[in-house]
Design a binder for this molecule. Sequence first.
Ligand code: ADP
Ligand code: ADP
Length: 232
Amino acid sequence: AVAARATDLSKVYGEGETQVVALDRVTVDFRQAEFTAIMGPSGSGKSTLMHCVAGLDTFSSGSARIGDTELGSLKDKQLTQLRRDKIGFIFQAFNLLPTLTALENITLPMDIAGRKPDKQWLNTVIEMIGLSGRLSHRPAQLSGGQQQRVAVARALASQPEIIFGDEPTGNLDSRSGAEVLGFLRNSVRELGQTVVMVTHDPVAASYADRVIFLADGRIVNEMAHPTAERVL
Ligand code: ADP
Ligand code: ADP
């Protein structure tokens, strides 16, 4: 099954002489329980693609859907609701609340939404996070890699249809990055989570099941079972 899909998706910024075609008729499926990396030079449209499919940005033509929901027909309020209910986000900056413990950070989005996390799922996520004994620590007491693992667990907590990561290892050294990527990969393998990650890093991309390459707003290549050497 398909967790998210873009069909002939285009995004144009500006008008006339200053017009920029950020996405040029991109068609791509993100299948359930698949880990996809999006690579490409700066300005190739990676963020725009992610933002359009994640309902964070409007698009100019074509369609985008999350699960069975077409985004083009939704109003802002419905898009916000859809992001809350169906999408998990991980950013380069960990974006944890400093006054809350790791565990409180993990359940915060669900608390705000007034939803109860599935206990068994949450326990499984917490077992996978590799933070035993540190769940009551605040972010400042955790390493960067530990903080980002908390952010991954936060994204996973609501059992979203899909998780989008925007350079999730961009602020981490390679060892911490590997811990975060291993956690993401396990969430795909063991929990059936769908993950899409924008990255510049060939090593990060090698954790994915496939890589799509963008250039000038188009998909120019796709690779299954990437290795860092082949992606470079
Ligand atoms: P990437 O994530 O691969 O670096 P982006 O999706 O950020 O690429 O950008 C794709 C193209 O769209 C670039 O040419 C960029 O300058 C342009 N762009 C992105 N956001 C805006 C914006 N808000 N206004 C105008 N142009 C933009
Ligand atoms: P609200 O109207 O509740 O403030 P937001 O649009 O701020 O809704 O956030 C909804 C979801 O989208 C949140 O999970 C948030 O983390 C994510 N989000 C908001 N802005 C961005 C962005 N620029 N890039 C990536 N994710 C974002």
